[in-house]
Write a protein that binds this ligand. Structure first.
Ligand code: GRF
Length: 223
Protein backbone atom coordinates (compact mmCIF):
# COMPACT_ATOMS: atom_id res chain seq x y z
CA UNK A 1 0.00 0.00 0.00
CA UNK A 2 1.29 3.47 -0.84
CA UNK A 3 1.96 5.87 2.01
CA UNK A 4 -1.24 7.19 3.56
CA UNK A 5 -2.16 10.82 3.01
CA UNK A 6 -3.61 12.48 6.07
CA UNK A 7 -5.63 15.70 6.27
CA UNK A 8 -6.27 17.63 9.49
CA UNK A 9 -9.41 19.80 9.72
CA UNK A 10 -9.15 22.54 12.29
CA UNK A 11 -10.75 25.81 13.37
CA UNK A 12 -8.67 27.26 16.18
CA UNK A 13 -5.35 27.44 17.93
CA UNK A 14 -3.92 24.29 16.32
CA UNK A 15 -2.05 22.69 19.20
CA UNK A 16 -3.32 19.21 18.26
CA UNK A 17 -2.32 19.92 14.65
CA UNK A 18 1.15 20.86 15.93
CA UNK A 19 1.46 17.54 17.82
CA UNK A 20 0.19 15.53 14.83
CA UNK A 21 2.58 17.32 12.45
CA UNK A 22 5.49 16.52 14.76
CA UNK A 23 4.41 12.86 14.95
CA UNK A 24 4.22 12.63 11.14
CA UNK A 25 7.62 14.29 10.79
CA UNK A 26 9.24 11.89 13.28
CA UNK A 27 7.62 8.83 11.68
CA UNK A 28 5.57 8.03 14.80
CA UNK A 29 2.57 8.35 12.46
CA UNK A 30 3.37 6.67 9.15
CA UNK A 31 1.62 9.17 6.88
CA UNK A 32 2.21 12.33 4.91
CA UNK A 33 0.33 15.22 6.48
CA UNK A 34 -0.77 16.28 3.01
CA UNK A 35 -3.38 18.93 3.78
CA UNK A 36 -4.56 21.23 6.55
CA UNK A 37 -8.09 22.57 6.06
CA UNK A 38 -9.16 25.48 8.22
CA UNK A 39 -12.54 27.21 8.19
CA UNK A 40 -11.64 30.26 10.32
CA UNK A 41 -9.75 33.27 8.96
CA UNK A 42 -6.88 34.24 11.25
CA UNK A 43 -6.92 30.98 13.22
CA UNK A 44 -3.68 30.07 14.98
CA UNK A 45 -3.75 26.74 13.14
CA UNK A 46 -2.85 28.59 9.94
CA UNK A 47 0.41 29.75 11.57
CA UNK A 48 1.08 26.23 12.82
CA UNK A 49 0.60 24.90 9.28
CA UNK A 50 2.96 27.54 7.89
CA UNK A 51 5.59 26.78 10.54
CA UNK A 52 5.54 23.10 9.52
CA UNK A 53 5.41 24.08 5.80
CA UNK A 54 2.22 22.07 5.35
CA UNK A 55 -0.11 22.43 2.37
CA UNK A 56 -3.00 24.44 3.73
CA UNK A 57 -6.36 25.72 2.50
CA UNK A 58 -8.60 28.22 4.19
CA UNK A 59 -12.27 27.52 3.44
CA UNK A 60 -14.42 29.93 5.49
CA UNK A 61 -17.79 28.27 6.10
CA UNK A 62 -19.52 31.66 5.93
CA UNK A 63 -18.82 31.74 2.18
CA UNK A 64 -21.29 28.91 1.61
CA UNK A 65 -25.05 29.04 1.50
CA UNK A 66 -25.57 25.65 3.13
CA UNK A 67 -23.83 22.96 5.13
CA UNK A 68 -23.96 20.70 2.08
CA UNK A 69 -22.22 23.27 -0.11
CA UNK A 70 -19.48 23.71 2.52
CA UNK A 71 -19.08 19.94 2.90
CA UNK A 72 -18.83 19.56 -0.88
CA UNK A 73 -16.01 22.10 -1.00
CA UNK A 74 -14.17 20.20 1.74
CA UNK A 75 -14.64 16.99 -0.23
CA UNK A 76 -13.24 18.56 -3.42
CA UNK A 77 -10.18 19.84 -1.53
CA UNK A 78 -9.60 16.41 0.03
CA UNK A 79 -9.88 14.70 -3.36
CA UNK A 80 -7.60 17.28 -5.02
CA UNK A 81 -4.91 16.39 -2.50
CA UNK A 82 -5.39 12.62 -2.73
CA UNK A 83 -6.34 12.37 0.95
CA UNK A 84 -7.28 8.97 2.34
CA UNK A 85 -7.54 9.67 6.09
CA UNK A 86 -9.06 12.66 7.90
CA UNK A 87 -8.47 13.84 11.48
CA UNK A 88 -10.68 16.50 13.04
CA UNK A 89 -8.65 18.52 15.53
CA UNK A 90 -10.63 21.33 17.10
CA UNK A 91 -12.82 21.53 14.00
CA UNK A 92 -15.87 23.46 15.18
CA UNK A 93 -18.30 22.72 12.35
CA UNK A 94 -20.73 19.82 12.36
CA UNK A 95 -20.25 17.73 9.23
CA UNK A 96 -23.29 16.48 7.33
CA UNK A 97 -24.27 12.83 7.23
CA UNK A 98 -23.25 12.43 3.56
CA UNK A 99 -19.71 13.61 4.26
CA UNK A 100 -19.41 11.48 7.38
CA UNK A 101 -20.69 8.34 5.65
CA UNK A 102 -18.27 8.88 2.74
CA UNK A 103 -15.34 8.87 5.20
CA UNK A 104 -16.61 6.36 7.74
CA UNK A 105 -13.72 4.33 9.13
CA UNK A 106 -11.18 6.89 7.90
CA UNK A 107 -12.48 9.88 9.89
CA UNK A 108 -11.58 10.43 13.53
CA UNK A 109 -12.06 13.19 16.08
CA UNK A 110 -10.71 14.17 19.46
CA UNK A 111 -13.16 15.35 22.07
CA UNK A 112 -12.18 16.97 25.37
CA UNK A 113 -14.17 14.73 27.71
CA UNK A 114 -14.35 11.11 28.77
CA UNK A 115 -17.07 10.15 26.32
CA UNK A 116 -19.90 9.29 26.53
CA UNK A 117 -19.92 12.03 29.18
CA UNK A 118 -20.33 15.56 27.86
CA UNK A 119 -20.69 15.42 24.11
CA UNK A 120 -20.90 18.89 22.57
CA UNK A 121 -19.54 22.13 23.99
CA UNK A 122 -18.32 23.43 27.39
CA UNK A 123 -17.11 20.01 28.53
CA UNK A 124 -14.76 21.30 31.23
CA UNK A 125 -17.33 23.59 32.80
CA UNK A 126 -19.85 20.75 32.80
CA UNK A 127 -17.37 18.34 34.42
CA UNK A 128 -16.64 20.88 37.17
CA UNK A 129 -20.34 21.62 37.74
CA UNK A 130 -21.02 17.88 38.07
CA UNK A 131 -18.28 17.58 40.72
CA UNK A 132 -16.34 15.02 38.69
CA UNK A 133 -13.06 13.87 40.23
CA UNK A 134 -11.51 13.09 36.86
CA UNK A 135 -11.72 14.45 33.34
CA UNK A 136 -9.98 13.69 30.10
CA UNK A 137 -10.23 13.33 26.36
CA UNK A 138 -11.32 10.68 23.88
CA UNK A 139 -10.29 9.85 20.32
CA UNK A 140 -13.17 8.26 18.44
CA UNK A 141 -14.33 7.34 14.97
CA UNK A 142 -16.78 9.89 13.62
CA UNK A 143 -20.32 8.74 12.90
CA UNK A 144 -23.32 10.90 12.01
CA UNK A 145 -24.34 11.44 15.66
CA UNK A 146 -22.20 14.16 17.25
CA UNK A 147 -19.41 12.86 19.52
CA UNK A 148 -21.05 9.44 19.70
CA UNK A 149 -18.80 7.33 17.44
CA UNK A 150 -16.91 4.27 18.71
CA UNK A 151 -14.11 5.25 21.09
CA UNK A 152 -10.52 4.24 20.37
CA UNK A 153 -8.36 5.73 23.12
CA UNK A 154 -8.86 7.96 26.11
CA UNK A 155 -6.59 9.76 28.52
CA UNK A 156 -7.59 10.75 32.04
CA UNK A 157 -6.46 13.60 34.25
CA UNK A 158 -7.47 14.43 37.81
CA UNK A 159 -9.75 17.35 38.59
CA UNK A 160 -7.96 19.41 41.24
CA UNK A 161 -9.41 21.58 43.99
CA UNK A 162 -9.78 25.12 42.72
CA UNK A 163 -9.77 24.13 39.04
CA UNK A 164 -11.39 26.54 36.62
CA UNK A 165 -12.62 25.46 33.18
CA UNK A 166 -9.42 27.02 31.79
CA UNK A 167 -7.02 25.23 34.13
CA UNK A 168 -8.78 21.92 33.56
CA UNK A 169 -8.76 22.48 29.78
CA UNK A 170 -5.01 23.03 29.89
CA UNK A 171 -4.42 19.79 31.80
CA UNK A 172 -6.68 17.86 29.42
CA UNK A 173 -4.93 19.37 26.40
CA UNK A 174 -1.63 17.80 27.50
CA UNK A 175 -3.24 14.37 27.37
CA UNK A 176 -4.97 15.17 24.05
CA UNK A 177 -1.61 15.63 22.38
CA UNK A 178 -0.45 12.22 23.62
CA UNK A 179 -3.56 10.21 22.75
CA UNK A 180 -4.28 11.69 19.34
CA UNK A 181 -0.96 10.81 17.72
CA UNK A 182 -1.02 7.35 19.24
CA UNK A 183 -4.55 6.60 18.06
CA UNK A 184 -3.88 8.04 14.61
CA UNK A 185 -0.77 5.89 14.24
CA UNK A 186 -2.85 2.79 14.91
CA UNK A 187 -5.67 3.75 12.54
CA UNK A 188 -3.34 4.71 9.73
CA UNK A 189 -1.37 1.48 10.11
CA UNK A 190 -4.66 -0.47 9.97
CA UNK A 191 -4.17 -1.73 13.54
CA UNK A 192 -7.43 -0.15 14.66
CA UNK A 193 -10.46 -0.46 12.41
CA UNK A 194 -14.16 0.33 12.43
CA UNK A 195 -16.49 -2.60 11.79
CA UNK A 196 -20.04 -3.45 12.87
CA UNK A 197 -20.28 -0.07 14.58
CA UNK A 198 -17.32 -0.78 16.88
CA UNK A 199 -13.63 0.06 17.05
CA UNK A 200 -11.44 -3.05 16.89
CA UNK A 201 -7.82 -3.70 17.84
CA UNK A 202 -6.17 -7.13 17.83
CA UNK A 203 -9.58 -8.82 17.50
CA UNK A 204 -11.03 -6.99 20.52
CA UNK A 205 -13.93 -4.53 20.32
CA UNK A 206 -12.10 -1.82 22.27
CA UNK A 207 -15.01 0.62 22.01
CA UNK A 208 -17.14 -1.68 24.20
CA UNK A 209 -15.07 -0.50 27.17
CA UNK A 210 -15.04 3.15 26.05
CA UNK A 211 -11.73 2.77 24.24
CA UNK A 212 -8.27 1.81 25.47
CA UNK A 213 -6.77 3.79 28.33
CA UNK A 214 -3.56 5.77 27.90
CA UNK A 215 -2.33 5.15 31.45
CA UNK A 216 -2.41 1.35 30.99
CA UNK A 217 -0.53 1.69 27.71
CA UNK A 218 2.10 3.95 29.23
CA UNK A 219 2.48 1.58 32.19
CA UNK A 220 3.02 -1.29 29.72
CA UNK A 221 5.59 0.85 27.80
CA UNK A 222 7.54 1.39 31.01
CA UNK A 223 7.23 -2.21 32.18
C1 GRF B 1 -9.23 20.74 21.85
O1 GRF B 1 -9.50 20.76 23.21
C2 GRF B 1 -10.09 19.74 21.15
O2 GRF B 1 -10.30 18.58 21.88
C3 GRF B 1 -11.37 20.52 21.03
O3 GRF B 1 -10.95 21.81 20.67
C4 GRF B 1 -9.66 22.04 21.18
C5 GRF B 1 -8.77 22.39 20.04
O4 GRF B 1 -7.51 22.80 20.44
N1 GRF B 1 -12.32 19.91 20.13
P1 GRF B 1 -6.35 22.98 19.39
O5 GRF B 1 -6.89 23.88 18.28
O6 GRF B 1 -5.95 21.63 18.88
O7 GRF B 1 -5.25 23.66 20.16
Amino acid sequence: MSRRRLAVLTSGRGSNLDAIAAACASGAIDADLALVLCNVTGAGALDVAARHALPCRLIPHGNFASRDAFDRELQVALEDHGIDFVALAGFMRILGEGFVRAWEGTLVNIHPSLLPRYPGLHTHRRALEAGDREAGATVHFVTPTLDAGPAILRGRVPVLTGDSPASLAERVLGVEHRIYSRALAWCIAGEVTLAQGKAWKDGVAISDAGGLDLSSLEAADEG
